[in-house]
Design a protein around this ligand. Structure first.
Ligand SMILES: Cc1ncc(C[n+]2csc(CCOP(=O)(O)OP(=O)(O)O)c2C)c(N)n1
Ligand code: SF4
Length: 350
């Protein structure tokens, strides 16, 4: 078992702008395998919300089913939370977000939850531009059910038992851009500096901020044949997939420069090749974003950073003109048409 909470020494022990310390953002103790990439992401979520001074009570956490979907229990215990049915988190989050536009919503899902069983739900949520941070903790496998390939597993990658994946992977970032997402990013669980920066930008974005995070499964997808392992991701910084079994390891952490390609070795000997977007990369060009994603795949790399950003895109709540006050607390005399209005409608129908 790993403790998911940040090391609360040094600057994080200070109070933020709303008078809270990082401790106020912690969650329960993680029950994930030691070294699982998902715990590293939870830590950066805690850090980002703390440093952005978002009150935990104003946050709504959503998830589906999977090891990744368990993680909202490991951060911000004081926030609202809903653990939905496998792959159905987007429908629940859509309803909650529309009912109360004041909530700061964050969804945490897995590649099985979002790219396999829940793909239809995810695509419609992106298309509607629901205001929330949507994280896919992408390890290329169904970790919770013992490591079967998911729809993001790379063709030719191998399970620990020798089974080879002969289907092509889905690139969730490319899919998100195609479906009209206004904020699309990719990160690596072992690169906390980049991760926390992208999370802060995502929290500040009004609309759906989609972040695909390569998050190695150290137990079922972190071996030599895996392309979603810590080592593979670190070597091929372009798209994340890692599967493998890594019993109780120290999390891998890297720090590398924009524009650099980093070959990362996972605990089981597999590798990931990460490429960080250049400092002067312009995320405002969707065509360029798609080209870069495709080029990275051809080079066997995972491209990380904010791949695409459209700050002008309207969120669904703005488009619908939803009032600021949560719908659930509006009084009857505001939400109910008066008798005269109903009588007039009836008269028009006669
Ligand atoms: C309707 C339904 N089908 C199948 C399952 C079994 N199941 C539970 S979690 C899971 C996959 C989780 O994989 P992923 O979302 O990638 O999360 P990870 O565990 O890898 O973080 C599956 C198939 C289920 N709970 N419900
Ligand atoms: S099985 Fe894999 S995804 Fe699940 S907690 Fe363990 S390392 Fe993480």
């Amino acid at each position: 078992m790993a403790d998911s909470v940040l090391n609360l020494t040094g600057p994080v022990a200070k109070e933020n702008r709303v008078g809270l310390s990082a401790l106020d953002y912690k969650g329960g103790k993680s029950t994930l395998c030691a070294g699982c990439g998902h715990d590293a992401i939870s830590n950066q979520i805690i850090r980002a919300f703390y440093e952005m001074s978002v009150k935990p009570e104003s946050v709504a956490k959503f998830s589906g089913i999977g090891c990744s979907s368990k993680t909202p229990a490991y951060f911000m215990s004081r926030a609202h939370g809903f653990n939905a049915v496998h792959g159905r988190m987007p429908a629940v989050a859509t309803g909650a977000t529309l009912a109360n536009r004041k909530l700061v919503s964050i969804g945490v899902s897995g590649d099985g939850d979002s790219a396999s069983i829940g793909l239809g739900q995810l695509l419609h949520m992106i298309r509607r531009n629901i205001s929330m941070v949507y994280i896919v903790e992408n390890n290329g496998v169904y970790g919770l059910t013992k490591g079967q390939f998911s729809a993001t597993a790379d063709e030719g990658s191998q399970l620990k038992n020798g089974v080879i994946n002969d289907l092509p992977p889905m690139d969730l970032c490319a899919l998100a851009i195609t479906c009209g997402a206004g904020f699309v990013a990719r990160g690596f669980a072992g690169d906390p500096k980049q991760m926390v920066t992208m999370l802060k930008a995502a929290i500040a974005y009004d609309g759906l901020a989609f972040i695909d995070v390569i998050s190695p499964c150290v137990t079922f997808n972190n071996h030599e044949g895996s392309t979603k392992s810590y080592p593979y991701a670190k070597e091929h910084d372009e798209i994340l997939h890692q599967v493998g079994f890594v019993p109780s390891f120290e999390p891998i952490e890297i720090d590398y420069e924009p524009g650099e390609v980093r070959d990362v070795s996972l605990h089981d000997g597999s590798r990931v090749l990460l490429k960080k977007l250049e400092e002067d990369y312009d995320p405002g060009d969707a065509n360029q974003a798609m080209t870069r994603l495709h080029r990275a795949v051809s080079a066997g790399q995972m491209l990380t950073g904010i791949v695409y950003l459209d700050p002008a895109k309207k969120s669904f709540t703005s488009q619908l003109g939803i009032v600021d006050e949560p719908l659930g607390t509006l009084s009857q005399d505001v939400i109910r048409p008066p008798k005269e209005a109903l009588d007039q409608i009836m008269a028009e129908l006669m």
